[in-house]
Ligand binder design. Structure first.
Ligand SMILES: *[C@@H]1O[C@H](CO)[C@@H](O)[C@H](O)[C@H]1NC(C)=O
Ligand SMILES: *[C@@H]1O[C@H](CO)[C@@H](O)[C@H](O)[C@H]1NC(C)=O
Ligand SMILES: *[C@@H]1O[C@H](CO)[C@@H](O)[C@H](O)[C@H]1NC(C)=O
Ligand SMILES: *[C@@H]1O[C@H](CO)[C@@H](O)[C@H](O)[C@H]1NC(C)=O
Ligand SMILES: *[C@@H]1O[C@H](CO)[C@@H](O)[C@H](O)[C@H]1NC(C)=O
Ligand SMILES: *[C@@H]1O[C@H](CO)[C@@H](O)[C@H](O)[C@H]1NC(C)=O
Ligand SMILES: *[C@@H]1O[C@H](CO)[C@@H](O)[C@H](O)[C@H]1NC(C)=O
Ligand SMILES: *[C@@H]1O[C@H](CO)[C@@H](O)[C@H](O)[C@H]1NC(C)=O
Length: 908
């Protein structure tokens, strides 16, 4: 007896082995299973428990009423579920698939009252960071299966269940099937295919599913037949079925077909409807193989059309050989996208055909845009190392930044304005970490804030922090680190770009150079909270350095003169007499403001200039003015107004000479000639200005913060190229007394002034980003920064936009003076950029570099719409990227197609 049992087990194991071998790359998870692994006797597929794929959640059995033995036909994987009562998001992760691979993912949900509440939940299913489907049941015993063909965009693929507040998410089964040899399914990083229908047409034998092992990709084919209108064809002869060209459609599926009954019709018609969304786009794969042996004089020939539009043809199926027609094949005669709400595919006999049309199999997929990008790979790996090293006991699941709704892992903050989200803040204060500071933190190259205080960490003070150029705050107090903070970090802290908090023992070398308090926990004085006085102090020091350098240069020039060498030294300092000559005795006024008057002039070489005479009574001294001016002379950029020279001769008069800009400033242009500015021009102006600012912030050493970015300071050339003016001068130019100017100790102009800078006095380049956001709002809306309602009431432009944005009424936001001819998506995206720039917290604002990148994408969208011949030909993929670029959250025009109520895969 015992022997017999043993023999049986061996046989079963051998069978399992055979199956396991041919299921290469399959991942089959029976979610909630208490068994490690088993082979489903229905189909030979080897299922595993969740253990290797997810750590969170609890196992539950479905209610007895729905389970075996009450329900003897219930497939084994459906008898239990994994439920997620905790956490907003729970994720399965797959590392086997590999970046760039194409995979079929199938998720199954069978509620069956597993929680005794008799109320099925509703929740969202995500693949990586993009929505796959919303899971919604029609009854307690509803079985939902949803399937998607998706490209892995990183080494780890995630399938996440997201609690949307309508009950605890759960899952019954999850399967992954690599699509390795077929090149027919759309492979794209930015789109995926959601299965709508997969039909084995003409099949009448209800035994068997057509899935594995018939189908190497384990696709599930549903029998489909219109018994009153169609006749079934069937063959038992072998059919030539190449993978490429046939998509590996199984014999069981391709060996059956239909034709219209008895020649009652000359066409086969198949229709479906895509719920209520007319913007849905579909991919259709039609499979044909001639199953009837036709005589010499007979011929089968037909055309395929969609909603009356010819799609393909004329076409004759090959005898006992598979051909696939999809609108994505190059043989398409008419490549109109199959988009719309009601769909009808007609296969119509041609005039010269003696036989009616046939159809063997059909797949319909809905195109889903995968708009969101996952977190940058390097950051994912680095934070993964942090997670595993410290055994972080938090719900750190799935993608670190791109949890739906841009919720990042607890303790992380991210920048979403780069192509891939980047981690900018890591806060693990008092998190019971132990051991050394893990070096992978040094890989988080966008990190701005690192707070590891009060963890009792040991080991040497990390030197790799020096390499993190964006760091603004390091808090390592409350640890037991040995060794000293590096000089580089201390220098950066003293320069005001870094806030540094460390324990006293890490500051041994630096006491004296840095103020140290005598208590145990010591904080290096934070220069980031610069007071105005300190700014002045630094400026004075800088000024002194520059003056020294200037002097040295002049000395060198004198030396060179004496030694006979000629060195071209551009004249930048002008006397009052020369100014009079340049301006023809202040002959032509081209501008006026509280600061003084701007005159038109000609230089000796004939070039036109604008001479800005500053009002008397500058509180700053001439020396500062002069050094500042010399500094500015060295800043050159296409999008910065060229500074020609200055004059500080006149007792109380200072003059600045700029190149003349034919079209004045953007403020005037917008208020007087805005109809001349179409959306593309406005975008180009925004990009120009952004380029200028980006150069000041990231291209200059030391970085220059403009502090008074506004439309009045953006000048336009004859060709409407934009240049930023008055950069770096806000420190020396006496207060602008325009009516819209608010005099505060903080520099800036009402409406453009960064609210955080205003309250904290902490200046950084994000203040310019804020002001730039306001400029962008003005370009989009045509409104002014401060909108006057009446004499008493004023509204800030952002507060004017936000309520309209909430209503989703973009038409009310966009400047009515814009020609209606523009790409709305481009404007919409620009609006998102402006919103991000004007975030109240400066840390949430993008840098000028990311702003610039986003604006360039906006321009691409606009150009692409124009069918601009000059823009390089781009692939579909790039086009999608340009249209639905990363980091931007367009109003969802997603499908509402119900792809869920397909036949359950497990039915026998
Ligand atoms: C798609 O993603 C893969 C992997 O990330 C990458 O190698 C490939 O270049 C991407 N293709 C496009 C067109 O972006
Ligand atoms: C129906 O299909 C099953 C499985 O593919 C097969 O074993 C059986 O012979 C078929 N029956 C008929 C009548 O063709
Ligand atoms: C089709 O032909 C068969 C016999 O050839 C006949 O019995 C049947 O009525 C015909 N059906 C129709 C719809 O004409
Ligand atoms: C197909 O069209 C017929 C009528 O033409 C209609 O009755 C049927 O509901 C449609 N089917 C789908 C799936 O839209
Ligand atoms: C195929 O159809 C899809 C959706 O219907 C569309 O997006 C795509 O552009 C089409 N491809 C070709 C080559 O026409
Ligand atoms: C880190 O988080 C704690 C609370 O979770 C907070 O008090 C602290 O301010 C944060 N640190 C930084 C630098 O934001
Ligand atoms: C550093 O962290 C400690 C403890 O969490 C806190 O008291 C201190 O204020 C922090 N320093 C800074 C600059 O945030
Ligand atoms: C569109 O379909 C979705 C989901 O099927 C549904 O929630 C929504 O109410 C429908 N809208 C209209 C206008 O029918």
């Amino acid at each position: 007896m015992e022997m017999t049992i043993g023999f049986l087990i061996i046989l079963l194991a051998a069978a399992a082995l055979v199956h396991a071998q041919s299921q290469i790359g399959f991942i089959s998870i029976d979610c909630g299973s208490k068994q490690d692994a088993y082979t489903d006797t229905d189909n030979g597929i080897r299922y595993h428990s969740d253990d290797n794929y997810i750590k969170t959640g609890i196992n539950k059995d479905i209610a007895a009423k729905y389970a075996y033995p009450a329900n003897p036909d219930l497939p084994q994987p459906l008898s239990d579920v994994r439920s997620f009562p905790q956490g907003l998001k729970n994720c399965y992760s797959f590392t086997e698939a590999g970046k760039g691979s194409l995979n079929l993912l199938r998720a199954t949900f069978f509620y069956a009252n597993y929680d005794d509440k008799n109320k099925p939940p509703e929740f969202d299913l995500y693949v990586d960071v993009n929505l796959w489907s919303t899971i919604k049941f029609s009854s307690v015993s509803d079985i939902i299966t949803t399937e998607i063909i998706v490209t892995a965009v990183s080494d780890t693929m995630y399938v996440c269940l997201v609690n949307t507040g309508s009950g605890d998410p759960f899952i019954t089964a999850l399967e992954l099937r690599p699509i390795i040899d077929s090149s027919m399914y759309l492979k794209s990083n930015s789109t995926s295919l959601l299965l709508l229908k997969r039909l084995n047409i003409g099949q009448t034998n209800s035994t068997g599913t057509g899935r594995y092992e018939d189908d190497k990709y384990d696709r599930i084919w549903t029998n489909y037949m219109k018994p009153n209108a169609w006749d079934s064809l069937i063959t038992s002869q072998p059919i030539n079925n190449p993978l490429d060209g046939g998509n590996g459609v199984p014999f069981r599926v391709i060996s059956t077909a239909v034709k219209p009954r008895n020649g009652t019709s000359t066409s086969l018609v198949f229709n479906w409807s895509s719920a209520n969304d007319s913007s849905s786009v579909f991919y259709i794969y039609m499979y044909f193989a001639e199953l009837e042996l036709l005589g010499k004089s007979e011929r089968r020939k037909f055309n395929v059309s969609w909603n009356g539009v010819p799609l393909f043809g004329p076409f004759s199926p090959l005898e006992l050989s598979v051909s696939t027609i999809s609108n994505s094949t190059s043989t398409m005669s008419n490549s109109r996208a199959v988009a719309g709400k009601e769909h009808q595919i007609s296969i119509i006999k041609t005039e010269d055909s003696t036989q009616p049309p046939i159809l063997n199999a059909l797949e319909i997929y809905l195109v889903k845009h995968m708009n969101q990008s996952p977190t940058y790979g390097q950051d994912v790996n680095a934070i993964g190392e942090v997670k595993s090293t410290y055994q972080i006991n938090k719900n750190w699941e799935g993608d670190p930044c791109s949890v739906p709704g841009n919720l990042s892992w607890e303790g992380l903050k991210c920048n979403y304005y780069t192509s891939f989200p980047r981690i900018t803040s890591l806060n693990l204060t008092s998190s019971n970490l132990s051991g050394k500071i893990v070096a992978s933190i040094g890989e988080l190259s966008f990190l701005e804030i690192l707070d590891l205080s009060y963890n009792g960490l040991t080991g040497p003070f990390p030197t790799f922090l020096e390499n993190l150029k964006s760091l603004k705050l390091i808090n390592l107090t409350g640890n037991h680190l040995s060794g000293n903070v590096s000089n580089t970090l201390v220098k950066r802290s003293k320069a005001g770009s870094l806030t540094l908090s460390v324990d006293a023992q890490n500051l041994q070398n630096h006491c004296g150079s840095v103020t140290c308090k005598n208590n145990k926990k010591i904080v290096v004085p934070i220069v980031a909270s610069l007071s105005s006085a300190l700014i002045v102090l630094i400026l004075l020091v800088l000024g002194w350095i520059h003056r020294r350098k200037g002097k040295k240069k002049l000395e060198e020039a004198e030396m060179n003169k004496k030694t006979g060498k000629t060195v071209a030294i551009k004249k930048i300092h002008f006397s009052l007499e020369e100014i009079l000559e340049i301006t023809s005795d202040f002959g032509k006024v081209i501008g006026k403001g509280g600061f003084g008057t701007v005159y038109h002039g000609y230089m000796k070489d004939g070039s036109q200039v604008a001479v800005k005479m500053l009002s008397p009574s500058s509180s700053q001294g001439h020396n500062e003015f002069k050094t500042e001016a010399e500094l500015l002379m060295r800043v050159h950029h296409r999008n910065l107004a060229t500074f020609v020279g200055y004059c500080d001769d006149a007792d109380d008069h200072l003059a600045l000479i700029y190149e003349f800009m034919a079209n004045g400033n953007l403020k005037e242009y917008l208020s007087e000639r805005s109809t001349d500015l179409n959306w593309q021009t406005r975008l180009r102006i925004a990009i120009d200005a952004a380029q200028g600012l980006e150069y000041l912030h990231h291209g200059c050493k030391p970085p220059i913060i403009h502090r008074d970015v506004k439309t009045a300071n953006i000048l336009l050339t004859q060709a409407l190229d934009a240049k930023i003016a008055d950069f770096g001068l806000s420190k020396v130019v006496p207060g602008d007394r325009d009516s819209d100017h608010v005099e505060t100790t903080v520099m800036g102009t009402a409406g453009y002034l960064d609210p955080e800078y205003y309250t904290s006095h902490m200046l950084n380049e994000k203040s310019d980003v804020y002001s730039f956001g306001v400029v962008l709002f003005e370009l989009i809306t045509g409104q002014t920064a401060v909108i006057k309602r009446n004499d008493m009431e004023f509204t800030h432009i952002r507060n004017w936009v936000v309520p309209k944005l909430r209503e989703g009424d973009i038409a009310k936001i966009i400047d009515g003076k814009l020609q209606p001819d523009f790409e709305v998506k481009s404007v919409w995206k620009a609006l998102q950029v402006a919103m991000a720039c004007t975030n109240i917290a400066s840390i949430d604002r993008p840098t000028m570099s990311s702003v610039l990148a986003e604006l360039k994408l906006c321009l691409e969208m606009e150009l692409f719409r124009d069918g601009d011949k000059r823009s390089p030909a781009r692939s579909m993929e790039e086009m999608f990227r340009a249209t639905y670029g990363p980091g931007v959250y367009l109003p969802s025009n997603d499908d509402s197609v119900n792809a869920q109520s397909m036949t359950a895969p497990f039915t026998r």
